[in-house]
Each structure stands twice: as structure tokens, then as C-alpha cells.
Design a protein around this ligand. Structure first.
Ligand SMILES: [Zn+2]
Length: 354
């Protein structure tokens, strides 16, 4: 671990002086802030660092109107668990004389601009930016929403560095109720991409509906919990592994898909396990474990002899405790003691394997 950090620091700093500074820090047991940040794959997107303070939640998260800070965290935190919030609502620290938020919003990691929406009336995200990152061979997409303005000249395809300013916090959204000055925040997500043929799938599935943002529709991005990731990184430093974090999600259900060629297998190949039987007999489908938000975090190739039914998608099992804890995505449903894939679950599998 130390050699890895030392190498990074030496590269970033001014050679031996920087290495010496690191050695001094090691001896006295202090890690200067810049060093700790470099060892992490993701950084906080604003200067608000209260997430790392004991009892700092009130200062970090903005809840929905009249509700506690928990409603500004990731998960099934709204409408008694039945509504999912797929990001963190991070409180503003700076305001102008009119009380409007002015916090700079920074890239969470090195990456490339994937998408910018500057037409706030077309999204409940308002003005938003999506960045693409490669972390441990995984494509991760960070999203920053409700922005006041995007940095001038920032365009899709451009590279950005971790910590680089990309926007100014705001409170744009196309929702009827809007976002009050008091609740000003950046909505921050860390996502996996379901399918880059989303546009075609959406047109086929919902022919009467508009899709203003191509692949960069919230439905095509499966969120991970940024709070858990940031806290784990803060605690574990360079030992933190995003791959390991994803592989240890709690299972909501297990499904079989009778498809053998879909993008997720390549884009997130590190999540695909081995099965000698399927390798020998030929792969007829994949068994997948999904977390409560629908993230397929474990995929096992299956031979035809290992798959019972004929259906394209089959539900194998449901972790009922997890369902009762986090039902908001409504991926599965129970009728008279029998569990089935709900419409949202089937729709996700359709998109995933399209
Ligand atoms: Zn939000």
C-alpha cells in the first residue's frame, strides 16, 4: 500500500522533496489532506466534508421539505420506503447576497464528460452533468444535478481531473414544486450504465414518450450508494476496492435470463463468475443476483441442462428480509405467498439484455 501511495505522490509532487515530505508524515503519523485524497478513487463533489464528521449528517444532507436528513441519502428513503432516491443531496455552504447557492461543484474522479444537459426544463435533474470514469476496470458514471450553471466551454468528450471545477451549485429542476433556496443542494450519483442502446429500446418500448437525453436517462443508470463508498474509502484509504464493494451487495433476488450476449457481460466482466459445466456444454443463459436497486452484481453462466423453465426471464429466489427493508424499486412482488418479477423487474431485464 505504501509503495503505491509513494509512487503516486512522487509522480505528482516534485520528486525527492515530495517523497521526503511523505516519509516525514509517516514518521509523525499524519497524512496531509492532498495525499489522502489522491489515494481514493472518488472525492466529495463539493467543499462540504461534514460526511466525515461524527454527527455531521445534518450539515451534509438536505432532507425533503419537512423531513429529516435521512431523506437526502441514497436508497428507499422516501414515502415510507416506497420511493427510491438514487443519489445524495449535499447541502450548500456558500450563498450570494440573494441567498442563492454558489458552491463550486467538482469532478469526483478523473474522467471524461459523457453528457451535459443545459435545458433545465427538460429534466427533474434540471441542469446536469454526467462524467464517465474507469475504476478497477469498471465503467462508473457520476452525475451532478440541479446545477445553476455548467462551466463555460465544458463539452462532452473532454477530459476532467478529480477535483476540477465543472459547475456551480444551483436549484434547477422541472418539477412543479421546485427546490427552495433553503434546500439548495447538489444531487450526486455514482452509477453503472445498463445499455448504450437505451435510446432504441426506449423508442420501441414507449413509442409515445419523449426521450430528451438519449442514453443519459436516469432509467439507464443504476445507482450505487455514494455515501457507503465515500465512507468506506475514507476508512480504508488505498485498500478500498470498488469491485469488492459491488460484489458484496446484499442480494434482493436471483434471476435467470435466457440470453448469452448482452453488454453488461462485457462492460462489467469482472462481475461474471466461472462455471466449468456451462463452459463445457455451452452457455444457454445467465443466473444473476440483483441488489434492491436492480444492480446485477454477480453473474454465473448456466448450461441448458441447468435451466429448468423455458421463459426468457425467471425469478429463482427472493430475499424477503431485504425486500421488506428496501421495496422502493418494486422489482418483485408477492401475491398469495408466490413471488414474481414485477413490471419494473421485467422492464429492467428487457433493457439489460436488449
Ligand atoms: Zn436528490
Amino acid at each position: 500500500m505504501h509503495s503505491k501511495i509513494l509512487r503516486r505522490v512522487t509522480k505528482a509532487g516534485s520528486g525527492s522533496a515530495s517523497a521526503l515530505r511523505w516519509l516525514v508524515c509517516l514518521v509523525v503519523g499524519i497524512v496531509p489532506a492532498g495525499f489522502a485524497v489522491r489515494a481514493q478513487p472518488f472525492q466529495l463533489p463539493t467543499a462540504n466534508r461534514a460526511l466525515f464528521e461524527k454527527g455531521g449528517e445534518e450539515k451534509f444532507f438536505v432532507g425533503t421539505t419537512g423531513k429529516g436528513w435521512e431523506t437526502g441519502t441514497f436508497g428507499c428513503v422516501r414515502n415510507d420506503g416506497w420511493k427510491m432516491h438514487e443519489g445524495l443531496d449535499i447541502r450548500c455552504l456558500q450563498r450570494d447576497k440573494h441567498g442563492e447557492p454558489t458552491d463550486p461543484v467538482m469532478a469526483t474522479a478523473d474522467g471524461k464528460v459523457a453528457y451535459i444537459n443545459k435545458r433545465p426544463s427538460l429534466s427533474n435533474y434540471g441542469n446536469y452533468i454526467v462524467l464517465k470514469h474507469q475504476v478497477e476496470g469498471l465503467e462508473i458514471y457520476s452525475l451532478y444535478a440541479h446545477l445553476h450553471e455548467v462551466r463555460e466551454g465544458l463539452k462532452a468528450g473532454q477530459s476532467v481531473k478529480a477535483g476540477e471545477e465543472i459547475a456551480v451549485m444551483g436549484r434547477t429542476a422541472n418539477t412543479h414544486e421546485g427546490i427552495s433556496k433553503e434546500r439548495a443542494h447538489v444531487h450526486f450519483e455514482l452509477n453503472l450504465l445498463v445499455n448504450d442502446r437505451f435510446g432504441a429500446w426506449y423508442k420501441k418500448t414507449f413509442p409515445d414518450q419523449r426521450n430528451d437525453h438519449g442514453d443519459w436517462n436516469g432509467q439507464n443508470l443504476l445507482g450505487l450508494d455514494p455515501r457507503q463508498i465515500l465512507l468506506a474509502e475514507h476508512k480504508d484509504g488505498a485498500k478500498f476496492s470498488l469491485l469488492n464493494f459491488i460484489q458484496h451487495q446484499t442480494e434482493l433476488c436471483r434471476v435467470i435470463v435466457r440470453k448469452t450476449d448482452f453488454q453488461w457481460l462485457k462492460r462489467y466482466g469482472a462481475l461474471v463468475g466461472a462455471n466449468p459445466k456451462a463452459k463445457k456444454e455451452g452457455i444457454a443463459g445467465y443466473e444473476m443476483a440483483l441488489n434492491f436497486n436492480g444492480v446485477p452484481f454477480e453473474l454465473i453462466p448456466r448450461a441448458s441442462s441447468e435451466i429448468k423453465g423455458k421463459a426468457k426471464f425467471q425469478l429463482l429466489s427472493v430475499n424477503e428480509a431485504e425486500y421488506h427493508k428496501n421495496p422502493g424499486r418494486r422489482l418483485v412482488s408477492e401475491h398469495g405467498g408466490r413471488w414474481d418479477l414485477a413490471r419494473n423487474g421485467s422492464e429492467l431485464l428487457e433493457l439489460l439484455t436488449y
